[in-house]
Structure formats: C-alpha cells, structure tokens
Design a protein around this ligand. Structure first.
Ligand code: GLV
Ligand code: MN
Ligand code: MN
Length: 399
C-alpha cells in the first residue's frame, strides 16, 4: 500500500490514548512511566505488523528495523509532565507510516525509532545522548529525576531490553518531523519549515541552603531565607544578562522545590532548575559564568550557601546540507512558496544524531505557538502535508 494518511492519523490518535489527560488532546507520558512503557509495547507490535523488527535497546530507545542498512526516521514518544499529543509522537508515527509504506510497496528499506527520555526527566535528551555516545549508560544510570528516582531503577521497569546498543553504521542518516512548538510558521502563513540548525542548551540544578526557622519569631534581619535568596537571584540575573544576550537567547527557572514548603516556616532550602539556550556556544559559556557568580554573590548577601549540580547540555547543531536540500525540494514540490528554512529553538534528538550521521528536520505549524502544554495542536491537513513532504524526501535519500 502507498503512504496512507488516514492510517497515520489513526495511529497518532491511538498513541495519544496512552496517557491521555487533561482538556483537549493532552498527554501525561513521562519516560518509563506505565503509560510510556505501554505505548512502547504497542509501538513494538505496530512495527512487527509492518514487517519491521522491534529492537528495544538497553536505555529503552525503540527501533523498528528494516532488514538492510537503511535511512532512519523518528523522534520520541515520552512527554513532559503535562504534554501535548504531537510533541515527539508526530515524528515517531510519521516514521512508522513511511517505513511501513516503503515496505509494502517495494520501496527502499527505511527504519523508524522512538527515542527514550527526550524530554529530560533524567538528563537533557537522555536516550539519544547515550545512543550517540555523548554519555555512557553508567553515567546516565546515576541521573535522578526531581523526585529522586534514578534512571537505573526506572529503566529496570522495562522488560526485554536488549543487551547491546545498535551500531550507528546500520543507518545512512536520520530525518525527524516535529511540530514547530513556536509561533513563526503560523504567523507567517507557512505550512513547512526546513530546519537549518538547532540551538544549544545548558541545564543545571542549583541549591540555596539557608536556615529553616519559625516564621513568627525569627526577625527579618536574622533570617537566612532560601526563597528570598532565589527571588533576588532571579531579579539580579535578568539585569546582568542584559548586555550579553540577544533577542533569541532564552533562560528559564522552571522547577522549584522549597523545603519544607510550609506557610509558617522560613524556607531552609530552595532547589531549582536553571536552563539557558542560545545558538552560540561562547554565549552559553559566558552565561554560565554570570549565573555562577550571581548565585554566589546573592547567596552570600542572604547568608545562604549556593551549591551547583553538574552542567548538562547539547551543543548547537547544524543540519546536514544535502538532507536539507532534499527536504526543501520536497517542500517546494508539495507546498510551493509555503515553506522556509528556519532555526529550531526547541531541542531535538536530531541534534545528537547529527554528531554520528547526516541528520535533518522538518517542522509543521503549531496552533497559537503552544507546546509543552495540554492544548498543543496542529491542523490535521498540516500534519498530512508534513508526512507527504517527509515521505518524498525520505524516498530520495533512502533510494
Ligand atoms: C524539548 O522538548 C525541549 O525542551 O526543547
Ligand atoms: Mn519533542
Ligand atoms: Mn518537548
């Protein structure tokens, strides 16, 4: 059977049913959760039905292998703690449909993949970090999530993990389709983005350790309040970054854990995430210096101690020129004048894959530019057009 857009949409809705949550089309399917494991088991069956051999590697990355060396298509099927139905899932099911259709109608061999923990419950893009060789499995195993669970324990929840990782040279290159997750395509009335490069990221945990005490009896001038330190740090950082950042630079404190988190207690400890992204590795390094200096200075001013966890990250990554050119040709053929080359401000497994094989990406619009939220969505006509563009380029690159 040739490419079947309805079968693709049906599978995409079926994948959403694992962890379906919230209003609209939301999903809760964090890496190694019951919903994630059930979704991977279902995906492995769909791969088998398509004549592809499922391979669940030691980290839980799930490949659907063609029977010869091939192009690889895919993305990730884990979600943020509150995620949408398309972030990652779209690229996984597009890869499955294209690999399946190629198998059915005698096309070139094409394999597909769903990487594990792209959303960084434990690391940054943990599954492709380990597969691409940036991290060892032993290093990743020691990572802990915000609740203190280790990756080693969580991956132990998955049955039938293979003992070995697949060699990279089993694949000739990687293509990933994804929703844009930002407003650009919708605002400019475009249907397709061909990604030129992916920004770099740095992420670390910071801990301000103060003194837990009674909120009624402790005079303000004697307090060593970890939350006051955190709010001062945030304000100081925003002003100190002003001379260093560009309008495209972004930084986020997205997770905060206050201890003991009670209204009548001066907070003794604040542990929080500090993440920053930019296309320039030197700027990322300068920002790290500013973050550390500012945190130390503010901590001292509040009588608290600042401690820094390891800095995790991904380098800015350029997409392969030949793969980009094929995606651009396919976009021009199927959506003439309705596509553009663009950067990606979101992270993707393609950034890691680009270090071991030619890799490129295709974007479709996000309604309202919303993602990492339950109401993330894209028009189905845009999803199908993206599938067709990806398929056209994949057939040329795999042939
Ligand atoms: C990936 O989900 C990212 O945080 O960009
Ligand atoms: Mn994603
Ligand atoms: Mn995401």
């Amino acid at each position: 059977m040739p490419l079947d857009p309805q079968r693709f949409l049906d599978d995409l809705h079926k994948l959403r049913s694992f962890g379906a949550s919230g209003a609209g089309k939301g999903v809760v399917r964090q890496a190694y959760s019951d919903a994630d494991i059930a979704a991977r088991n279902w995906l492995a069956e769909r791969m088998k039905d398509a004549g592809l051999e499922p391979h669940l590697d030691p980290l839980g990355n799930l490949f659907g292998l063609a029977d010869a060396k091939s192009l690889l298509l895919g993305s990730h099927s884990d979600s943020q703690p509150e995620g949408g139905w398309l972030d990652g899932a779209l690229g996984v099911i597009a890869g499955l449909e294209i690999a399946r259709a190629a198998k059915e109608d005698g096309g070139p061999p094409i394999s597909c993949v769903s990487f594990q923990d792209e959303e960084g419950r434990f690391g940054v893009l943990t599954g492709s970090d380990v597969w691409s060789g940036k991290l060892t499995l032993a290093e990743a195993d020691r990572f802990a999530d915000n609740q203190g669970n280790t990756l080693a324990d969580m991956r132990g929840r998955m049955a039938d993990l293979a003992r070995d990782f697949l060699p990279h040279d089993r694949f000739t290159g990687f293509l990933e389709m994804h929703i844009e997750q930002g407003p650009y395509l919708e605002e400019t009335g475009l249907a397709i983005g061909v990604v030129r490069d992916i920004v770099g990221i740095r992420d670390m945990r910071i801990c301000f350790e103060g003194r837990q005490n009674h909120a009624g009896t402790t005079p303000m001038h004697l307090r060593r309040d970890a939350f006051q330190a955190l709010t001062s740090f945030n304000a100081a950082l925003n002003s100190r970054f002003a001379n260093v950042v560009t309008p495209a630079t972004v930084w986020t404190i997205g997770h905060v854990a206050l201890h003991p988190n009670a209204s009548s207690v001066v907070p003794g400890r604040a542990v929080f995430s500090m993440q920053w992204r930019d296309a320039d590795a030197d700027r990322l390094a300068r920002m790290e210096e500013i973050i550390k200096e500012t945190a130390q200075e503010i901590a001292a001013g509040h009588g608290v101690k600042a401690e820094f966890g390891p800095v995790m990250g991904i380098e800015p990554a350029a997409m392969d020129a030949r793969f980009q050119a094929e995606l651009a040709d396919a976009a021009e053929a199927l959506a003439p004048g309705k596509w553009q080359k663009m950067p990606s401000g979101a992270l993707h497994d393609a950034a890691n894959l680009a270090t071991v094989m030619p890799a490129a990406m295709l974007f479709v619009p996000s309604i309202g530019g919303i993602s990492h939220a339950f109401d993330e969505d894209t028009e189905e006509t845009d999803l199908v057009l993206g599938l067709q563009v990806l398929n056209r380029a994949a057939r040329v690159l795999a042939g």
